[in-house]
Structure formats: C-alpha cells, structure tokens
Design a protein around this ligand. Sequence first.
Ligand SMILES: [Zn+2]
Length: 386
Amino acid sequence: MVNSTKSGLLFIYHADLLGYNLGAEHPLNPRRLELTVKLAERLGILDDIPIIRPREVSFEELNTAHSADYLNAVKRFSLVTDDYEPREAARYGFGGGDNPIFPNMYSASALYTGASLQGAEAIIGGCERVVSLSGGQHHAHWSQAAGFCVFNDPVVAIKRLRQAFKKVAYVDVDVHHGDGVQEAFYDDPTVLTLSIHESGHHLFPGTGWVADMGEGAGKGFAVNLPVAPYTDDESWHYVFEEAALPILQAFQPEVICLQMGADAHYADPLAHICLTIQGWLKPIEAVVALGVPVLALGGGGYNLDNVPRMWALATAVVLNKPLPTELPSDWEIGAKNRAMLDPEPVEIPGPLISIAKTTANATVKEVKSRHFPIHGLSSDSKVNGA
Ligand SMILES: [Zn+2]
C-alpha cells in the first residue's frame, strides 16, 4: 500500500516503463512517455510532486482482469519471441502489426499495469490525484491482446478501487472506444464506463454504439458517445457536456479513473477527429472540476510533436499546477509552434463540419432518450444547431 502523500498528489514513473516497446516502426513509441516526462519536468509541473517507481503487478492481481490461460500464454511467448507458433499466437491476439511479440513482453506489461494499480492503491491510501501516463491500455480483453494492449491496466486498477469504494466511474477520452474496460464491467452497476470516441464505422475497434449500454443490473451503466470523422472542438464539447457530464454527475462516483488518450488531436496519424490541444483538454478539466479523487492514465496519441504537450498540460490540470504557455526555449520537438496550445483550429470543409454536427446531435439525442431516465435525468432538453 502506498501511503497518502502530504500534498495528496502523486506522479508514477520510472524509465523502466520505456521497456514496453513494440518495435521501431510501431506507433506506440515509448518516446511519447519519455518526452512527456522530460517536458513536464522542464516546465516545473512535477516540482514538489512525489514521483514513485512502479512495481510489477503479480499474477494473482492480473488474474482479476485476465484468464490464467491467457497470462500463461503471454509468459510463454515472452520466452520465445522469435520461435512461436503463429496460429497459437493469433488465438491470443498476438502477431501481425498491432500486437507483435517482443522481448520481456510479460514483465514490461506487468510493470505498466503495476503503475496503474499503485495509483489506485495511493488513492485508497488517501491521495486525491494521481497521474500514471504509462497506463490506459483499454483494448486488452479477458483472454486476448488487442490494439497495442497486452494487459488491461484500467480494469486491474478499477477492480482494486472497487474493494475500497462503492462506485467508480471510468471516463475515456481516447479517440478509440474503450472496449476492453466496458466488457469487464458490462453487467456491473457499480462501475460506470463512459467513452467518447470516433464512430466504429470508421475506426478500430469498430464498437461503442449508443445502444450498447450494459446488460442485466448494469444496463445504463455503459455509456457510449460515438462521433463522426472531422468532429471539431465545438461538437466534441457539445456531446461531452450535454450527454456525458450529466450522467457522470448523477452517478455520483466516489472516485474517477480517467483515460487520457491524446489521439483525438487533428494531427494524430491514426484517427480522423479534429480537436485542438485546448479543445482536447476541456473535458479533462471538467472531470477534474467534479472534485472527486482522480486516477489519471495515459492511452493512445501518436504524434510526437503534440502528445508531450497534451499530456504535460493534462498532468498540470490533474496536479493543480498553473498551465504553462510556452515550450522551454531549447525544446526542439514540434518547435515550429512555440506555444503549448494550438494557435488556431485546423480548417475543415463545411460539409464535413455539418455531418459531424448532425452526428453529434443524434448521439446526444439518443443518449438522452436511452440513458437519462435510468439516471433520473430529464431527457427533454433541446438539441443544438442543425
Ligand atoms: Zn486510441
């Protein structure tokens, strides 16, 4: 158990986390994390913040989110990285471009999962806000790797939080649907999973429809907010503020696990949403402003110019630090723009903005009609614009 720090704030990081390396050509480059920490340090965001080194999570702890069969398979593959049976690997989601088998895969994955679990334990110990950017690997399933994720650290962390708190909310602003986390709590009314993402019609993992709202006692406690490609700040905020925040407030969580994937930015190479840095930050500020303890994790985000800026700013928001406005004078990555925020939104053709707005309106309307009554909210508020 990690004791509460004096300030109630904590950052979890160690260079060993950079060992989660899926290969030189893979988009999930550990440089994202390394550069973020370097930038946050240079900007003074981590001054006076305790930084702890994570431990590897145990087999038993992983077994709360994954089958023993899968965990043993990951162990086996880690020992024979270049001599495995491709069909067996494929059965567990490995091989191919997204989830290659790499050296020390088991222990590197157990370490980032341990970082998130220690964040949960710190919150149980009395910390108010914890940032652990190596986590947020939301696609891994019970018995399969998926979408660059070997172990589902948010699930392990939330299961631990549930041992101490009655109600936990999971909020996912990654551009991809948080499918693995949703699955783990699909019939559980004590864990609200809420994901805003680019529609599965256009993007991996092809799930996350409004109608997928949980089952059994958990019906209404899985909330999906799909948006169209080219969605801008305005429509993204509209969906989050009109549909997500009221449910989150009505649920009254005792703690929030916040997945801060940074891939909804307009310059991200893997998706098609067009947020600015400041637009991406706004829902994170809104979640933190709710005033309940927050365990903030990382996630996707593949543009090395922007991800360090976005995560450094989000870290400042979560850790109650003033937001820096400029990059350090000698910072060279993405230095064409010296400001921390984007100077202006990207230009999007009018018809695409209009489609995105229509989709945003439809999502809000459907969430209001399906979910709001379950949470005691009125569903008759007006929908904006065209
Ligand atoms: Zn993502």
